[in-house]
Ligand binder design. Structure first.
Ligand code: 6MZ
Ligand code: ZN
Length: 334
């Protein structure tokens, strides 16, 4: 099974650049052993985990390192047979790098390192813990870059510590009006008022969606609205278990999406911090919910539709997955 999950051509829709740095990449960037251990600690929770991103941010605080970090992350996803990657990152300025230079560097690394094995798109994130004015300024820069690179910059994400800040509806309305798709971290913590506000905005995708389903603390009103919108949820099992927002793998809320045939993707979130791979996330689905080969393939295949790729790119990806299926999966006898 392990080898099936590795070979499966996979679609990654939820990966944060600075949370995806492997220990070998951090080492290359000059990080000391002690910091790498701290970055990958498993004794964490949602409150603690946000402090470890500082380690990656220090390691990528100049253009040269940011380029190398982006390059390595793409290469590692490609090695894991991820054929389509939507990488997301929060543009930031540093002493030696402006906000524009941050985005330019990530774009350059994507353009120079994309191979025939992997197609990469970029989602730029707003950090919810920042003041609204700062998020609005970042959004203006994102819109400028989206107009310059419409085939590469596909969307805006809202992420950052869910215990801090809030969702500003008008910023995301502006993003949408400017042709950006929206992927919003939602219900990573229980916060019914905000969840309702986000659902009413009707984003293209939701990150985590932990406290949506009534079996997981979602209110009847939330679930009714969610079902009416039917928004794909990006499920990150290892991330949720390590951050203690899921009690165990076999109790992860993804099972409700499987049972009720609701739209979802499987994702790594921060493969560096949580020491996982997308293949491993598929293995967890198999181990805990007994998904067949065909089911795992279907989960991947559905993600093409939930992605922000163009129609032509979706057709290309579907063809590639179909061909792989014909060669590698025996039809199920019903
Ligand atoms: C664990 N669950 C999570 N919930 C919310 N936001 C998260 C996250 N994991 C990562 N990030 C967001 O991604 C940033 C790191 O990558 P970038 O600097 O953007 O490339 C973090 O600082 C946080 O804002
Ligand atoms: Zn995330």
């Amino acid at each position: 099974m392990e080898s099936f999950c590795r070979k499966l051509p996979k679609i990654e829709l939820h990966a944060h650049l600075n949370g995806s740095l492997s220990s070998s990449t951090l080492k290359k960037l000059g990080c000391i052993e002690e910091s790498i251990d701290k970055y990958q600690t498993i004794n964490t929770d949602l409150k603690e985990v946000f402090s470890v991103f500082k380690i990656a941010h220090e390691a990528t605080n100049n253009m040269e390192n940011l380029y190398e970090a982006t390059r390595s992350v793409i290469e590692e996803f490609a090695e894991d047979n991820v054929v389509y990657l939507e990488l997301r990152t929060t543009p930031r300025s540093e002493e030696t790098m402006s906000l524009d230079q941050y985005i330019d560097t990530v774009i350059k690394a994507i353009q120079e390192n994309e191979s025939s094995k992997i197609m990469v798109k970029l989602i730029l994130s707003l950090d919810r813990s920042k003041a609204k004015e700062e998020q609005a300024r970042t959004l203006d820069v994102i819109i400028k870059y989206k107009n310059q690179y419409p085939n590469l910059i596909k969307g805006v994400d809202l992420s950052g510590d869910p215990a801090k800040g809030k969702f500003f509806n008008d910023l995301f309305v502006k993003a949408r009006e400017n042709g950006l798709r929206t992927a919003i971290h939602c219900a990573e913590l229980k916060n019914d008022d905000e969840v309702l506000e986000i659902l009413k905005f009707n984003p293209d995708r939701l990150g985590h969606g932990t406290f949506l389903h009534p079996n997981y603390g979602g209110s009847a009103e939330i679930w009714k609205l969610y079902l009416a919108q039917n928004i794909p949820v990006e499920c990150c099992m290892t991330s949720n278990v390590i951050c203690l927002s899921a009690t165990s793998y076999d109790k992860h809320h993804v099972q409700e999406w499987i049972k009720e045939q609701l739209p979802f993707s499987i994702a790594t979130d921060d493969k560096g911090v949580f020491k996982t791979t997308l293949s491993n996330e598929f293995q967890l689905l198999y181990d805990n919910f007994k998904c067949s080969h065909l089911k795992l393939w279907e989960i991947c295949n559905n993600c093409i539709e939930y992605s922000f790729a163009s129609n032509e790119e979706k057709t290309f990806l579907k063809l590639a997955l179909d061909q792989w299926k014909t060669k590698n999966i025996k039809p199920e006898i019903k």
